[in-house]
Design a protein around this ligand. Structure first.
Ligand code: C5P
Length: 235
């Protein structure tokens, strides 16, 4: 198990329509949550400035931009992002060309690059529809190997594939896992979900939780409950 502080293992997805709502949630979670994911929804509502504000208040930031473009564009976008001093950035991990361009753009900055393997809301039939003959877990492991070969720091993957990734790429490669749900709770639009215990035990380093915390009646209590489950899994 990697040497990551418990408080950094839970990443809360700030999937909110406005910075005001995100700021209210962060205030409610104060003292419990230290790592936030800013994604596409908040990005277009002032999310980048808000992420810089959180960073200046000691929070860790995962920019979930899921970049995918020609190598030159990805390289230059990652280089600009690396100057902003965030912690994690996502790039779609479809091919070595794009992955290597991202690594070149990151240079010697401390920004960690994570490859999105297969989105956790996609099932086998969704992949078939895309023209892809592999099962989700085969494709996840294939893409994790590519990301590892390109020099990425880790991948985003469902907890259901964490063990196979760990077996394929070994220790020291980050596995960051969304699609986390407690036993018996709503799946929302996710398909390949897992409990925090199972994800951590299967080799996940960080778990990403959105709606089960952001839409809870008491978000702080929900976050503390997730941290408790992570802690139990680490013992
Ligand atoms: O609300 P929920 O816990 O389902 O949110 C999961 C978060 O993780 C969302 O922000 C989603 O964009 C993100 N994500 C995902 N699957 C991936 C990569 C990111 O669900 N493969």
């Amino acid at each position: 198990m990697s040497d990551i502080a418990l408080k950094d293992r839970l990443i809360v997805a700030l999937d909110m329509p406005t910075v005001e709502e995100a700021a209210r949630l962060v205030a409610m979670l104060d003292g419990g949550v230290h790592f936030y994911k800013v994604g596409l929804e908040l990005l277009f509502a002032g999310g980048l400035d808000f992420a810089e504000h959180l960073k200046s208040h000691g929070k860790r930031i995962f920019l979930d931009m899921k970049l995918l473009d020609i190598g030159n564009t990805v390289e230059r976008a990652v280089a600009n992002c690396a100057d902003l001093d965030f912690d994690f950035l996502t790039i779609h991990g479809h091919d070595l060309k794009t992955l290597r361009a991202a690594v070149a753009g990151r240079g010697d900055s401390r920004l960690k690059l994570l490859a999105v393997t297969v989105l956790t809301n996609l099932s086998e039939s969704d992949l078939k529809q895309q023209g892809n003959a592999m099962t989700p877990s085969e494709l996840v492991v294939h893409r994790a190997r590519l990301a590892h070969e390109a020099g990425f720091d880790g991948v985003i993957a469902s907890g259901q594939e964490a063990r196979r990734i760990r077996d394929a790429v070994g220790p020291g490669f980050l596995i960051v896992t969304p699609g986390i749900r407690l036993e018996g709770s709503a799946m929302d639009d996710q398909e390949r979900v897992m409990t925090p215990e199972h994800a951590i035990k299967a080799g996940a380093d960080h778990i990403v939780v959105g709606r089960p915390i952001t839409q809870a009646d008491d978000p702080k209590a929900a976050a503390m409950n997730f941290l408790h489950h992570i802690k139990e899994a680490l013992v």
